[in-house]
Design a protein around this ligand. Structure first.
Ligand code: ACO
Length: 147
């Protein structure tokens, strides 16, 4: 990952703990295609990073994540099947495969809002700890979808 610039993810390290922060606070860390690519790359890297003994996932600002980015992930890829496929693949990869199979302990540190597809990384971590003011929402019901 040394050569890969992360645009939507911030990383901090201290004493074997690596914090991976969803970092689009002005959009409540809604998961854009770029955020999915960044998370997929970050998890590949930290799986074998010797400085990473424990991985903590959290969100910058007021939210853990507001879920999929309704503008960039859904509408923004609606007429671009290649980008839609690639974004969906990365989205599924990091949330449902890389995190579940991560070779070191993982902790979801849930702050603020966590909506829709944002619950997947929470349940994919070994441990989830929520702040007292965390707000969970299965918002797919608004579109008549089962999460
Ligand atoms: N996708 C895209 N942009 C979003 C999303 C989202 N899921 N959530 C928030 N934003 C954007 C807003 O459009 C706004 O952008 P703007 O400042 O350019 O207008 C900015 O983030 C801040 O949003 P606010 O609504 O002003 O923030 P607030 O703190 O009042 O509320 C909350 C936060 C509760 C998360 C609200 O934004 C919300 O309900 N968002 C939608 C959540 C949702 O339904 N997610 C499910 C997506 S579908 C899925 O994941 C499968």
């Amino acid at each position: 990952m040394a050569d890969t610039k992360l645009e939507c993810v911030k990383v901090e390290k201290e004493n074997g703990i690596t914090w991976v922060m969803l970092n689009r606070p002005e959009k409540r860390n809604a998961m854009s295609p770029q955020l999915h690519y960044d998370m997929d790359n970050a998890l590949i890297h930290f799986a074998t990073d010797p400085e990473t003994k424990v991985l903590v996932i959290t969100g910058a600002g007021k939210a853990f994540t507001a879920g999929q980015d309704l503008a960039l992930y859904f509408r923004g890829t609606a007429n671009d099947p290649v980008e839609r496929f690639n974004a969906a693949h990365a989205s599924e990869s990091w949330r449902s495969h890389r995190l579940i199979n991560f070779p070191k302990p993982t902790i979801a540190m849930v702050n603020g809002f966590v909506f829709g597809g944002g619950l997947t990384p929470v349940v994919s971590c070994d441990v989830a700890i929520a702040a007292n003011d965390a707000v969970f929402g299965i918002s797919e019901i608004n579109w008549g979808h089962i999460p």
